[in-house]
Design a protein around this ligand. Structure first.
Ligand code: HEC
Length: 154
């Protein structure tokens, strides 16, 4: 009985390790960011221009962005589009790049009650980066790629 419990515990540890490794990969270079006026993150997380094509792929990806679960988007080859969030067509005419970046990184800054996930929330303090390591949904460059893609939706 005790052995059995031990085995189950070991499986649990192995599983959480596997999950941890997976997300750690996405956030290898976890970076601090600065939210300005609670509306925007004007500065790129990586300093490297986003890749529109990669951003579009990430947005569709069911385990990464998965934006289509909640949003309608101008992505005709995908059949199912959610309706919980607003249609993202034309979103770049409504928001600046910095505002879109904040909405991906941590939409709860804009709306505490939102059900939209925070894709790169790390509380923004360097002091707790270690604790938060491996906790972001996507990597910093992934955010920049998705921002670049969203900026094409004029
Ligand atoms: C679980 C559902 C959910 C997922 C997944 C989701 N969102 Fe959202 N999103 C929302 C909701 C709901 C809103 C409405 C505003 C709010 O709740 O604060 C929103 C708002 C937005 C806005 C502001 C739009 C506007 O017109 O005001 C943007 C931009 C956005 N989401 C982008 C994305 C992107 C890009 C992804 C994928 C990387 C994504 N969302 C994934 C639910 C979601």
């Amino acid at each position: 009985m005790a052995l059995r419990a031990l085995a189950i515990a070991a499986i649990g540890v192995a599983m959480s390790l596997a999950v941890g490794m997976d997300s750690a990969k996405a956030s290898d270079k976890l970076v601090a960011y600065k939210v300005v006026d609670e509306t925007s993150i004007p500065t790129s997380l990586t300093g490297k221009a986003g890749d529109v094509k990669k951003g579009r792929k990430l947005a569709i990806h069911r385990k990464k962005g998965n934006c289509l679960a909640c949003h309608k988007m101008p992505i005709p080859e995908q059949q199912f589009h959610g309706t919980i969030g607003p249609d993202l067509a034309g979103v770049a005419s409504r928001y600046s790049e910095g505002e879109l970046r904040l909405r991906l990184v941590d939409p709860k800054v804009v709306n505490e009650d939102t059900i939209m996930p925070s894709f790169y929330r790390n509380a923004g303090y360097t002091a707790v980066l270690k604790k938060f390591k491996g906790k972001t949904v996507v990597g910093a460059q992934d955010v920049e790629d998705m921002v670049a893609y969203l900026m094409t939706l004029k």
